[in-house]
Design a protein around this ligand. Structure first.
Ligand code: PEP
Ligand code: MN
Length: 370
């Protein structure tokens, strides 16, 4: 009995973004009820989340109250009229949820689960034929295919009420954010599944309440369809993710402060000028491609020349000079140096690839993974 007529997660609906709030973990009945009661005063929040089962990195950490929290959530749902969302990490969790009819409306697959296709498939099979809405978090590693694959498995099980959650990616070296946003990955996801709403989880990206606003605003600027924000009645006493949970009052002021963007404008003037700007951008993009081509033709000539003199393709000193002089040139403009460095590095990588091909005439597909 798919509930396609009243989907929770829909793209481009005219209503405000989907807001999900609640504690990282379901700890006690009191903690859940007190948190829900306070959040219920925030009109925009329609879905209450709680980690009933918490997959933890190390054994011995608090793993959530478990199935006994489901009747507590049922009471909360009846009293405050929330939709209820919990994480499921294995089919048994889905089965537990189904034992309490009209309690859980939404299940989400956590980042650790999305990374494991066997687990995703087992959960997808257990959801087949139910009317659960399903949210799929990105995997811990920045692998778009795993995220898309997990989504496909859920869709293949006949689930139609589906959303994605962008919670960031594990950083190899410490940054001030707990997880790297890598915004291009959710954007690529949106391109593959344009109908699936994308929800941002600024709590797990930020890892600290100080950065939640900026991450959430960036998501709204990037046309995300909603936010999932960890909220606890007393974050300092939280049994998991204490540093990143807001109080309901802090959540309320965060939501007040955030600028919710329109998907597009209804003003014709907006499009008049926008089209002019976009024409300019189009022309510049084509010029960039022409210049890249011109540059690459010279690169190829240099490749032949180096080949004649049997000189290696990569020249460290030259590359250092190229980078340094271009980066210094950036001082004249309001342009990010790391951005220019990234672009130049890509161009340089392609130049090496082209010259190596000319010198050795080996298969130039070697440098590509696909
Ligand atoms: C959570 O939402 O509490 C959670 C465990 O998130 P993630 O799977 O993104 O780490
Ligand atoms: Mn958490």
């Amino acid at each position: 009995m798919p509930n396609s007529d009243k989907k929770i997660f829909q793209k481009n609906i005219k209503t405000a973004p989907i807001l999900i709030a609640g504690p990282c973990s379901a700890e006690t009945k009191q903690q859940l009820t007190d948190t829900a009661e306070e959040i219920s005063r925030i009109k925009r929040v329609k879905i209450f989340r709680a980690g009933v089962w918490k997959p933890r990195t190390r054994p011995g950490s608090f793993e959530g109250a478990g199935a006994k929290a489901l009747p507590w959530l049922r009471e909360i749902k009846d009293k405050y009229k929330f939709k209820i969302a919990v994480e499921v990490a294995k089919p048994e969790h889905v089965e537990e949820c189904l034992k309490y009819p009209d309690t859980v409306d939404v299940v989400w697959l956590g980042a650790r689960t999305t990374g494991n296709p066997f687990s995703v498939q087992a959960i997808a099979d257990s959801l087949r034929g139910t009317n659960m809405a399903v949210l799929i978090k990105n995997p811990i590693n920045p692998d778009l295919d795993l995220w898309l694959g997990a989504t496909q498995r859920i869709l293949n099980a006949g689930i139609t009420d589906v959303g994605a959650i962008h919670r960031g990616f594990y950083p190899f070296s410490k940054t001030f954010l707990r997880n790297l946003p890598k915004w291009e990955i959710p954007i690529n996801y949106m391109m593959q599944f344009p109908e699936i709403p994308m929800i941002n989880d600024p709590s797990h990206i930020a890892g600290d309440i100080d950065y939640i606003h900026d991450v959430a605003q960036r998501a709204l600027n990037t046309n995300f369809d909603g936010l999932m924000i960890e909220t606890h009645i007393s974050p300092k006493d939280a049994l998991s993710d204490a540093k990143q949970q807001l109080t309901p009052t802090e959540l309320d002021s965060l939501i007040d402060k955030l600028v919710f963007r329109q998907k597009t404008s209804t003003s014709p003037q907006f499009f008049d000028l926008l089209h002019k700007y976009r024409d300019q951008i189009d022309s510049i993009d084509f010029q960039i491609i022409e210049l890249l081509n011109e540059r690459m033709e010279i690169i190829k000539n240099i490749g032949k020349y180096k080949s004649e003199y049997n000189v290696s393709v990569f020249q460290l000193k030259r590359w250092r000079d190229v980078l340094a002089s271009r980066i210094e040139f950036c001082d004249k403009f309001d342009l990010s140096k790391p951005f220019v460095e990234k672009v130049l590095s890509l161009v340089h990588e392609e130049s090496i690839r082209q010259q190596s091909f000319i010198m050795n005439e080996y298969d130039d597909d070697l440098d590509y993974e696909e």
